[in-house]
Design a protein around this ligand. Structure first.
Ligand code: SAM
Ligand code: SF4
Length: 326
């Protein structure tokens, strides 16, 4: 699968649900969103069939995300189906970790190799403010991280969206973790989407975040862990893990984009932002085939996003990243 700019697409992020057990302030309104009705959602067998047909076109890697993917029932069943698809050599998961104590081992056995865990604060009160759910959920997140380590997921990446005045005072604490633990803590720039445009004054560039960390000790450039993403990595001298920067706004990396996204209701999106999406569910349910729709999506993959506009238009009218799998 190649797009019109010659970018080879081999990575699909699959959102298995738009629902979530948290309400991260940058991601989802406190009252939730208008959830996709259950009959509109792709069944696991349908998702696996899409992966099968795309793998025949060159897809190699899959990430399962959401919403919170672990709130969907029997997720290990889907993982097993995807793991059985010839050509798929990497399955990873993005999660807030709350349900990992229950599911980590089953997911690992089913074929998930790696997890990315969202963790925006190391503080229980900060968690209540950012995730807008009781602090016991923070304790569960930390238990989830332990469960991920025990289950043998590697590498473990932590995704941390940094917001001025909310958690930017914690960046050094986050970085310090990487001296002892083989975790890869990635600082993500806040992306403006429909529901959180009121947060734009919280934006802080990863350049500024890295400067704060460098004021403690120098950071050495590092190749970072294996993965699909656009993060740039650094390491404290002798550190067990790394610090990463994901910079959709300050340094756009669209020219290296290798991915597409599948929404929980079967839309193939070729860019995180923008309003172009092609329906796969209709052709799949009507004809059993999706190649034509995939080709149409590839042909329309835009050269880049225009997110820095900081407007609803810049994010293509997208209300929340939870709708498209982040
Ligand atoms: N619930 C899972 C989680 O939190 O990891 C998976 C879905 S979540 C939408 C995927 C990623 O998107 C998370 O790392 C989250 O922090 C990030 N994200 C969501 N909204 C964002 C925003 N407006 N700006 C930057 N990152 C965002
Ligand atoms: Fe849920 Fe993840 Fe969005 Fe937080 S970032 S509200 S955990 S989907």
């Amino acid at each position: 699968m190649k797009d019109q700019f010659g970018r080879r697409i081999r990575y699909l992020r699959i959102s298995v649900t738009d629902r979530c057990n948290l309400r991260c302030t940058y991601c989802m309104p406190e009252e939730g969103l208008a959830w996709i009705p259950k009959p509109e959602m792709l069944a696991y067998e349908e998702i696996a069939e899409i992966v099968r047909q795309m793998a025949a076109l060159g897809l190699e890697r899959v990430r399962i995300t959401g919403g919170e993917p672990l709130v969907r029932k029997d997720l290990p069943d889907l993982v097993r189906m995807i793991a059985a698809v010839p050509g798929i050599d990497d399955i990873s998961l993005s999660t807030n970790a709350i349900l990992l104590p229950r599911f980590a081992t089953a997911l690992r056995e089913a074929g998930v190799a790696r997890v990315n865990v969202s963790l925006d604060t190391l503080d229980r009160d900060g968690f209540e403010e950012i995730a807008r759910r009781p602090a016991r959920r923070f304790d569960e997140t930390m238990e989830g991280l332990r469960a991920a380590e025990e289950a043998g997921f590697a590498p473990i990446k932590i995704n941390c969206v940094i917001m001025r005045g909310l958690n930017d005072h914690e960046v050094v604490d986050f970085a310090e973790i990487t001296r002892e633990r083989p975790w890869h803590v990635r600082f993500i720039e806040l992306m403006p989407v429909g529901e959180n445009l009121h947060l734009t004054d919280r934006f802080i560039s990863t350049d500024e975040v890295l400067e704060k960390i460098r004021s403690i000790e120098d950071l050495l450039p590092d190749p970072g862990p294996r993965g699909n993403g656009p993060a740039v990595y650094y390491r404290f001298p002798g550190g067990a893990g790394t610090v990463g920067a994901i910079t959709p706004l300050s340094h756009n990396y669209c020219e290296r984009c290798n991915r597409m996204r599948l929404t929980a209701d079967g839309k193939l999106r070729t860019c995180l932002f923008g309003d172009h999406e092609v329906d796969l569910k209709g052709p799949l349910r009507e004809t059993g085939r999706i190649e034509g729709a995939v080709a149409e999506a590839l042909a329309g993959k835009p050269k880049r996003h225009y997110l820095e506009l900081g407007t609803a238009a810049g994010s293509g009218g997208l209300a929340a990243l939870s709708q498209v799998g982040g």
